[in-house]
Design a protein around this ligand. Sequence first.
Ligand code: ATP
Ligand code: MG
Length: 417
Amino acid sequence: MFNQTRKKLSSFYAICFFLFFVGFIIILYFALVQLMEHQQLEELETYYTEEQHDFFEHLDEQDKKIKYAPNRTYFYYVYTQDHKFVHGDETVKGFYQEIEKIFQSEDISQPLIKRTEWKNNHFLLLSKPIIGEQDSGYIILGKMVTSQHHFFQKMIWLFIILTCVFTILLGLVSYFMAGKAMIPIQQSFEKQKKFVSDASHELRTPLSIFYSSLDILEADEIDNLSSFGKELVSDLKEEAELMKDLLEKMLFLARHDQNRLEIKKESIFLSEMLENISGKFERTLPKTITFHSEIEKNVQLTGDSKSINELIYILLENASQYTQQGSIIMKLATTDTAIKVFIEDTGIGISKEDLPLIFDRFYRSDLARKRDGTGLGLSIAKAIVEEHGGTIQVQSELGKGTSFCIEFPFSKNKEAV
Ligand code: ATP
Ligand code: MG
């Protein structure tokens, strides 16, 4: 239980840290990209101021040529409003064809920002209109941002790797810290378990003396007692019996908690056992309840027959206790991997709120309180199932009935009887 909590805590911390860091990285990445672009665009804006006079200077030239200037930090192309080339310097040969394709269908009367990839290079482009007295056009300025692009790509990979490494590290650190924090809780839990176990054990002897004294009193002095005295002795015996039963249950659960239960590993003829219980149980039922069983033949289980017997009785007694009128069905079936026992009733059912709590110790629903009981039956049933490596599940609907399903890992000797 503590180990599970420890694992849950450390995974929770690691997941929180991971999500926080991923969020942080996404924000940081986009902020840096924006910042870089903003800076590049500001630079292009200054070139725009420098180069826009080229439009008027070269507009009337006959021989309009693009100058190839590979060493420039930026390139620019000047066009008329109807997309006719006027003048320009380019840093990548032939790039103007790509540029024309991009801007041909755009509204160039407004400033435009574009990002594009061409021949494995990345470019940032800015188009701005040039308004003259008679003529107007536009200028496209651009920068190659391939190295920045690669830098950001590498950075994102670095962040991903760092996040994974730190998440694993944090998971390990929080596992270690959770272990340290668990120690005092674990110690006090162990003490509490030991106290329950010791108290139940210590109370057994005085209770036995009390019970046997009542027996002696009943046997030897019964004739000397008034009718009120006789009634009192009988009530005391009944209460002592209940207390003995409660102590036995508490002791059983305390031993289960401390892994001190001695569960035998014997071969149980489960089919025969359930047939036998069915016969006996049916006879105890009132006429208002019908009982039906579907038991697969020749099923064997390895375990403690006394405990398994008790487990089945706990569930059957609950079914009869919480069914005023209706039916109870017990089924035994096997699959390739499991032996399944179903105990179903059409009784009062369990509400959705109560359902997750019914296996808790001393828990009883409000409806159940009208009847006798300690609220330990299902805790014991669960402990027995766990001791046999199985699981117990419940489905229920208020007013309609309840179905318990016990599943044990499949015993390979099923066929052998
Ligand atoms: P005891 O310890 O004497 O068995 P109990 O029956 O109250 O007392 P559990 O057997 O542990 O205790 O059951 C816990 C609670 O689960 C019950 O009080 C009841 O509310 C609910 N419950 C269990 N089985 C059924 C059932 N078949 N139908 C309806 N409610 C059920
Ligand atoms: Mg019960």
